[in-house]
Design a binder for this molecule. Structure first.
Ligand code: ZN
Length: 194
């Protein structure tokens, strides 16, 4: 028997398919030729906050919207094979990545793989046992300050040898209280095209 969520998702998809229409004719390369790297946070909907329709732009998401090796891999493909010409890095206020450190995450996993709980200050495991030490070998790309992390990520992408000099990279912070994206001037300045 399918889970409740699977039933909901497939029912929603049935409705989407029924009104799919002209979207069957969309081209593979993004029509508006830009890409957004942003956080996976469930409150963020890049299609809505940035006005995207299917086929418009690439959206690359991970925890924090960080410029990880894999995010950079996607951006390079986005430009080199699919023609995007401008990139955004959009982090956000109240990001979960501000709430832990590499050490906290590794220690939690070491103790148990089950979902931890957060009391507003500290993380703890409701259950103990069955953990794994592998978390100590991963860099989790946590965040101390959004301004800092956006700037750091724009700089990392800018200075990557596979990033073409003529692509501007813009840094923004999405405000979860208002839905507004606010530019981080230092980041955008660092991401200027040459
Ligand atoms: Zn986040």
């Amino acid at each position: 028997m399918a889970s409740q969520i699977v039933s909901e998702v497939t029912a929603a998809n049935d409705a989407y398919v029924a009104s799919f229409g002209k979207k069957s004719e969309l081209a593979l390369p993004p029509a508006r030729r830009f890409a957004i790297l942003t956080c996976m946070d469930a409150r963020l909907d890049p299609a809505k906050y940035a006005g995207l329709s299917e086929g418009d732009a690439h959206v690359i998401r991970n925890a924090g919207g960080r410029a990880s090796d894999d995010a950079i891999r996607s951006l390079i493909i986005s430009h080199k094979l699919l023609g995007t010409l401008e990139w955004f890095v959009i982090h956000h206020t109240n990001c979960g990545m501000e709430l832990f450190s590499d050490e906290i995450m590794a220690d939690l996993l070491d103790d148990s793989l089950a979902t931890a709980s957060f009391d507003g200050k500290n993380w703890s495991n409701p259950q103990h046992g069955g953990g794994c030490s592998g978390g100590h070998f991963i860099k989790w790309h946590t965040i101390k300050s959004q301004e800092e992390s956006v700037t750091q990520d724009v700089k990392r992408i800018r200075s990557h040898p596979l990033t073409p000099k003529n692509i501007p990279i813009y840094g923004y912070i999405y405000d979860v209280k208002t839905g507004k994206i606010n530019e981080v001037p230092e980041a955008t300045a660092a991401g200027r095209a040459a």
